[in-house]
Design a protein around this ligand. Structure first.
Ligand SMILES: [Zn+2]
Length: 223
């Protein structure tokens, strides 16, 4: 086993660049399991659990809430606690140290935006299924996704009994339509300029290191 780790470490040290692929297993190693009805979920979302029968975060993300006020209560509580108030843990800090000064690119299906707070460059992280720290028009009217930190923290602070005040429900600055977090929950997600550009950046990175020593780290990726 130790021999394996030594070989992996050597490959990383000798590489010209690193391509990091990351999925739920990496999140779970940090204690964030979107599939589990675990202590964290029951402690933070026990009220949603008993009111709507939601048994984990994944169900909460795709649940059809009766009102925009209750939908944003769930999202603002999750996003504020997980993405904005929690500090990077040792797993992400170690990963950042391991990459060091090498060129890298990260492609991930994780939506909790845990790479940038650990020190990674926003331009080199491609969240191919979106991230919770952005919102966008649900009508897909053509406006690009925006950073949602201010409005999410305001909602979370004002939330009471699984509802946020109606005046804090966000609406699209262009068409006035409803807003959704920027996840891959409709075709509109893939058509945004931001998504297309990141996909191009990913391809450019692969081309740049074609034929060179590119180490690929696959972290917590299933089939
Ligand atoms: Zn719109």
């Amino acid at each position: 086993m130790e021999e394996n780790f030594r070989n992996i470490y050597k490959a990383i040290q000798e590489a010209d660049a690193l391509l990091i692929g990351a999925s739920n297993g990496l999140s779970i190693s940090e204690g964030y399991n979107i599939f589990a009805d675990d202590h964290w979920f029951q402690k933070d979302f026990g009220d949603f659990r008993s009111r709507y029968g939601i048994r984990n975060i994944l169900q909460g993300l795709f649940f059809q809430y009766p009102t925009e006020e209750s939908k944003w209560a769930f999202f603002s509580r999750l996003i504020s606690r997980k993405c904005y108030l929690e500090q990077p843990g040792p797993v992400m800090e170690d990963l950042y140290r391991l990459v060091g000064s090498k060129d890298y690119f990260i492609v991930t299906s994780n939506g909790e935006d845990h790479f940038v707070p650990a020190g990674f460059d926003r331009d080199k992280v491609f969240e191919m299924e979106g991230r919770l720290t952005q919102s966008r028009c649900q009508n897909g009217c053509g406006t690009d996704p925006y950073e949602n930190q201010n409005e999410i923290l305001k909602m979370a602070e004002a939330e009471k009994n699984g509802q946020i005040p109606s005046e804090l429900v966000p609406c699209c600055s262009c068409c006035g339509g409803p807003v959704t977090v920027n996840m891959a929950n409709s075709n509109a997600f893939f058509q945004t300029e931001q998504f297309q550009k990141k996909m191009q950046d990913y391809q450019n990175f692969i081309k740049k290191y074609h034929g060179k020593r590119l180490a690929i780290l696959e972290l917590g990726v299933g089939w």
